[in-house]
Design a protein around this ligand. Sequence first.
Ligand SMILES: O=C(O)c1ccc[n+]([C@@H]2O[C@H](COP(=O)([O-])O)[C@@H](O)[C@H]2O)c1
Ligand SMILES: Cc1cc2nc[nH]c2cc1C
Length: 319
Amino acid sequence: MIEFGILYDLALKISKIQRRKIPKLFKDKRVYVFAGDHGVVEENVSAYPKEVTYQMVKNYFNGGAGINVFARHIGVKFFVVDAGVDYDFEDHSFLIKKKMGYGTKNFSKGPAMTKDEALLSINYGRQIANDAIESGADLLAIGDMRIGNTTTATAMAAAFGYNIDDILDIGTPIDNERLKNKKKAVERAIEINKPDKNDALDVLAKVGSYCIGEMAGFILQAAEKRVPVVIDGFPTTAGFLLAYKMDEKVKEYALFGHKSKVKGHKVIMDSLGVRPILDLDMRLGEGTGAVLAISIIEAAVKLYRFWGDKYDCINYGWR
Ligand SMILES: O=C(O)c1ccc[n+]([C@@H]2O[C@H](COP(=O)([O-])O)[C@@H](O)[C@H]2O)c1
Ligand SMILES: Cc1cc2nc[nH]c2cc1C
């Protein structure tokens, strides 16, 4: 029998999301990369200084980053969201301004933001997804770009009960000393702030970030509007985890583009019972794994449209 592995599951998931027997082709695919700055970078936890965050955003404007290459390759429209970068950008057709501030506070010394800000970041994310869908988007993907993001993602996962040692890893390539700083920063964040794992907004406010809040809101809204959303690597999965803690239904609408090289990514996906589409040893973020996976999702939909209703399982085997 012909085997299409998880392609069948993907096509079926899309048809369920779309509530169609035969899934329709995507006409407007988009990736939104969420950028912001973070106080915890003061703790010397990343290989790069925080200025790289805004420099990378400018790089996106010039179409010069990895995600720009893949977005052009797959035919995905690219946007970058300023969720809270410590910089004032000029207008650009790629830029979505949903600035919460000029960076969160250092959560290893106190809460990253107020609870009101946490709620606003969720609402901003919802607005971005809503605008995307109202203007025609039928397949969404998210990415992240922010120096210090893997530290925040680790802190959020730890706040939700994951063991720090199971998830702690390098993000950008750091030496052992910085990795120790990262662990300490996360441990202190939990100790000082005492986030309530049963209160997702409390976790976001205390050890989260503006862009993770906006990503979670984006995912929640995509699910509400029944549009599939492809998740990228470790930091975007922290955004998913937050959304999931707010409403488990998001799992029905999310697809996991790839398994990042950051070890905690697999740990979280396994615990959620979800399976990544690709495993390419990438550790880049910025939506690269999600966008590459879109080509597989589209291939699955096309195959299903071609065969799914014409042949039964016995003859041509959707397994
Ligand atoms: O997507 C991932 O799994 C991933 C893993 C490691 C690093 N990154 C990217 O690297 C940046 C964060 O790295 P760091 O070391 O500053 O936390 C951020 O911009 C992420 O997009 C992304
Ligand atoms: C250069 C660079 C590119 C990135 N893309 C996503 N996160 C990133 C972090 C750095 C440092």
